[in-house]
Design a protein around this ligand. Sequence first.
Ligand SMILES: NC(=O)c1ccc[n+]([C@@H]2O[C@H](COP(=O)([O-])OP(=O)(O)OC[C@H]3O[C@@H](n4cnc5c(N)ncnc54)[C@H](O)[C@@H]3O)[C@@H](O)[C@H]2O)c1
Length: 333
Amino acid sequence: MKVLITGGAGFIGSHLAERYLELGHKVYVIDDLSTGRTENISHLQQSEKYDGRFFFTHDTIFNDKVLLDLVGICDLVVHLAAAVGVEYILNNPLSSLKTNIGGTEKILELCHRFQKKVLLASTSEVYGNQTHAPLKETDGCTYGPSTKARWSYAASKLLDEFMALGYHRTEGLPVVIVRFFNTVGPKQTGRYGMVIPRLVDQALKGETLTVYGDGSQSRTFTHVKDVVEALVQLLETPEAEGEVVNIGGVEETSILNLAQRIIKKTDSKSKINLIPYDVAFSKDFEDMQRRVPSTEKLNSLTGFRTSIKLDEILNDVIEDRRSNLSRKLKDQA
Ligand SMILES: NC(=O)c1ccc[n+]([C@@H]2O[C@H](COP(=O)([O-])OP(=O)(O)OC[C@H]3O[C@@H](n4cnc5c(N)ncnc54)[C@H](O)[C@@H]3O)[C@@H](O)[C@H]2O)c1
């Protein structure tokens, strides 16, 4: 099978690309490297193990001609390209909306034209400021005002979901929609506000760990290995077509507790500094106090459950960030 992964040089996309190569498929990636990195995929391009089955196009999904060719030759499209990360969205509010709405519209339109199965990456952000737990796919979505830029990410992804479901219901397009809840693992950077790699980097460098608000806000975290497995299984499940499915972890932790665990695990002397949201970001920011997924639908569709514990997730990220930092230090010497 030929799989096209948009945003495949990014964090989740590069892990998924590797998995599909291991399964013996051909993988095509299009990525403009806005937040993705060539380091994420260089081992896939160079490895003899994958005997030339990996193809990378450095371009934007807004290049119609390139996208037309790629969707045309592939059997399956996994659409991950998006403006991602709270800090990135707050710093680039307009271009983020254009990518997340216009980009997805293009992908869906081409998948419809060529009748190709497509997976759309949505986010737990679409639940908005719902705080009950666990969050089910049938729950409502409630947002703050449009003057708070943070909600634009949630609203754009929700609109993507409506568009994908529209294509499925009116045109019969085989589409699977997944809502990722904080996915973490090797290769993720803290550059765009992702909490675990950012706190781990601070702890390893002996810097103060910056926790926003009072740190009582809680999240669950999913290892990218679990996420990739869930994606592969969902795409092999015909009953998942036309469905919206949460992919998330089950172990809930407050961000303050997370920072404390990271300090302990890295044996760091760092302290924790609580920074009010309006100082860390802007008045445009609002956080969600709690976000815990129901993963029953994923399990009932595929039989799969995410199982990698937060301890193992932290160990993997610490190891990855440690080797990344020592590589950087060597390069500077
Ligand atoms: N990581 C998470 O916890 C998480 C949570 C919820 C949703 N998601 C969704 O999962 C998907 C992948 O996220 P990720 O964490 O791997 O982030 P990422 O930033 O590593 O990946 C996104 C990729 O898309 C690329 N991209 C952006 N605009 C593009 C364009 N116009 N043309 C081509 N490529 C473009 C980026 O360069 C990047 O490589 C995104 O759709 C994101 O919204 C991720």
